[in-house]
Write a protein that binds this ligand. Structure first.
Ligand code: NAD
Ligand code: GLY
Length: 362
């Protein structure tokens, strides 16, 4: 088992560990008691995860809340169900809400924990690759609003993140790929997260594709470890996205527009991010920020993982308008995260409309 630490300066109480390994669910009771002094636990999960893994997660003094599965349930109604369950079971502030699932459950249960009694303990037991490499770390918690994704939320760090690699074996290929899109993102931002470059994730992804698609436990654990280390490094420097943390949104300005234009029903988040990263590379190339060699290598890596769907065609003007509705727009300006050298990105709002329109191609 690997143990990493998120260590936010000036917030000693917000430091926490990420435990990564196989068959960790069996030991979860021991871990959660080590990291939380709670007497009672509320485990929030969904029907899919409950069916697969409920029997493997045995935590004493725990109540279960099993919600419906889907992004469309990341809303006020289900947030209320979580808070109602916490009230019904008389959880106190030192008690603990455990998110057991992917990013949807993690974001929503985390937001409930941030507001229940002004903040009770919170633990993430993440079961999708996307959650293990990204959403369970860093404290962004939220629900969706009818006018926007993740519009209502908070920064609320967990007491512990438990990434049991063994749970990944039941992910279907599409869900594996959606997590891999975020992994590719880390490869393209690695140097901006942590210089000097430690891992060369880009090379790792080029060299280990077969083992990754075979979900070899050692390889997956390595991937989760690298991505969590990079994310922790960013969050430690900028917990609340005043600056640096924006680099984690490479491809996401485009991706959110794609998801909104298609009502979140056509593409997974990872598919949209993969398309968005290609567009960000297009824009960097047009602006002369990167050379043709790196552009080609990056595009080949994205292609080789076959995440970005082919043949999508967008109305570019509508696409452009949609980007300005993104909640990350500041003073009407959209922030673009653009590759500017191998494994490095910059953040800028200084873009020309024509260049952005030209970048919207796959
Ligand atoms: P998800 O939680 O919907 O999980 C995807 C699907 O996989 C669901 O059907 C789920 O039931 C199923 N599933 C979960 N674990 C499984 C397992 N072990 N085996 C088989 N199936 C399993 O989606 P996700 O991709 O994990 O997360 C997406 C969400 O994360 C979005 O709501 C997004 O906004 C959020 N997100 C948050 C952050 C953050 O920093 N907080 C970052 C990225 C994404
Ligand atoms: N996934 C983006 C962030 O955590 O900031």
């Amino acid at each position: 088992m690997e143990k990493l630490q998120v260590n936010i300066p000036h917030k000693a109480a917000y430091s926490y560990d990420i435990l990564i390994g196989t068959d960790l669910l069996a030991e979860a009771d021991e871990f959660v008691r080590q990291y939380s002094k709670a007497n009672k636990f509320l485990i929030v999960t969904n029907e899919t995860v409950a069916k697969l893994y409920r029997d493997l997660l045995n935590i004493d003094n725990a109540f279960w809340l099993v919600l419906k599965d889907g992004e469309e349930y990341k809303n006020f109604d289900n947030l209320k169900l979580i808070l109602d369950a916490a009230v019904e079971h008389r959880l106190e502030r030192k008690d603990c809400i455990i998110a057991f699932g992917g990013g949807v459950i993690g974001d929503m249960a985390g937001f409930a924990a941030s507001s229940y009694m002004r903040g009770c303990d919170f633990i993430q037991i993440s079961t999708t690759l996307l959650a293990q490499v990204d959403s369970s770390v860093g404290g962004k918690v939220a629900i969706n609003h009818e006018h926007g994704k993740n519009l209502i939320g908070a920064f609320y760090q967990p007491k512990l993140v438990l990434a049991d690699i063994s749970t990944l074996k039941t992910l279907d290929l599409r869900q594996l790929k959606t997590g891999l899109a975020e992994v590719l993102k880390y490869a393209f931002i690695e140097k901006s997260c942590a210089a000097p470059l430690y891992y060369r994730l880009f090379d790792f992804l080029q060299q280990n594709k077969k083992d990754i698609f075979d979900m070899k436990p050692d390889t997956m654990a390595k991937l989760v470890e690298i991505c969590c280390t990079l994310k922790a490094c960013v969050v430690n420097q900028d917990e609340t996205e005043k600056g640096l943390r924006a680099i984690l949104n490479l491809g996401h300005t485009y991706a959110h527009a794609i998801e909104n234009l298609t009502n979140y029903t056509v593409y997974t988040h990872g598919e949209a991010v993969a398309m968005g990263m290609k567009m960000a590379f297009n824009l960097s190339m047009t602006r002369g920020l990167i050379d043709k060699n790196y552009y080609n290598q990056a595009m080949e890596l994205i292609e080789s993982y076959d995440i970005a769907p082919k043949g999508a065609v967008f109305d570019k003007e509508k696409f452009y308008d949609e980007m300005f509705l993104d909640k990350k727009a500041q003073n009407g300006k959209v922030r673009f995260v653009l590759p500017d050298s191998p494994y490095n990105v910059l953040v800028t709002s200084d873009v020309e409309k024509q260049q952005v329109l030209e970048s919207i191609k796959l």
